[in-house]
Design a protein around this ligand. Sequence first.
Ligand code: ATP
Length: 353
Amino acid sequence: MSTIRIDNVRKSFGGFEVVHGVSLDIADGEFVILVGPSGCGKSTLLRMIAGLESISSGNVVVDDLVINRLPPRERDIAMVFQSYALYPHMTVRRNMAFSLKLAGAPKGDIDRQVQAAAEILDLVSLLERKPAQLSGGQRQRVAMGRAIVRNPKLFLFDEPLSNLDAKLRVQMRSEIKELHQRLRTTTVYVTHDQVEAMTMADRIVVMNAGRIEQAGTPMDLYEKPASLFVAAFIGSPSMNLIHGRIEDSAFLSDAGARIPLAANAPVTSDPVVLGVRPESLHVGGVGPAFGECRLRVVEPMGSETLLAATLLSGGDGAHGGGENIMILSRVKERYAADTTVRVGADPGEFHFF
Ligand code: ATP
């Protein structure tokens, strides 16, 4: 088990800097997820920890040892890739045993460790198969098996679930989480999927354009996004963002809808963006008035219904608006498209940027 300190790490490719001085401390046993849009530098940061990419400046410190110049095989880190990177001509057993064999471990130890990992990952009946004879989820499990047999200091995952279908992704998500709860190995996991990040991480690090936008627990980021970027990135469906300004304890949208605010709303004459999560909007009478909305599209999803709506007027009744908003209703009710409804919200749940 290990701690990681990333200290002002930069990375340039051909004179072009893509990671701009990132600092991050990761605690022993922590499961940290790096998220962000394509190209934000999360894989590059992970690959620098693994030693697959050189560090242009700054330090990566594992347990008080600067590992910048250590070759990957001396870092005691196991990495699981999106592509699984299994050896196609080897059986599952040999794939899992490979790194231990390379390290010269005694055969008895290798057999024991492969067996233990196979039991944890439910691979015992598949040990004599080759990768081509496995499903995507099983291959992913073998890739994880190969990582855990070594009992490394750190696990690194680079978008390990991207090649799986939606259902399998959900299943593997909980398997990885369970594995972490069992082994408590310090883990850094890269994904662009904010749902994966929300459901699996002890701490999420949101990256944008080579920098950390915000780091915190999933609930911290969900409840207190520090920037518009994080607000828009975390949460599914994403937060509604309405541009306007604050005037006389109300929010006045650029299109003219007036939405009453709580007494503790910020006072500013600058342009602001009001953020409200789709699940904080309630069709019908719950909460003070947010406004009147025309329902455009109704998408029942079983336990919830997603509603695409247009704001017709703000809560104080004056007409104006026209903004497209999303509402997530958890009430069992049939909604009809092309109807006008009152929408309530607790102004305490509004965000301002
Ligand atoms: P994705 O989710 O698409 O994998 P990412 O956040 O992991 O994105 P990186 O792969 O870390 O992003 O890439 C960060 C930036 O560095 C991108 O602009 C990318 O084009 C650039 N980059 C990555 N690897 C190289 C390389 N070997 N040579 C030049 N530029 C690179």
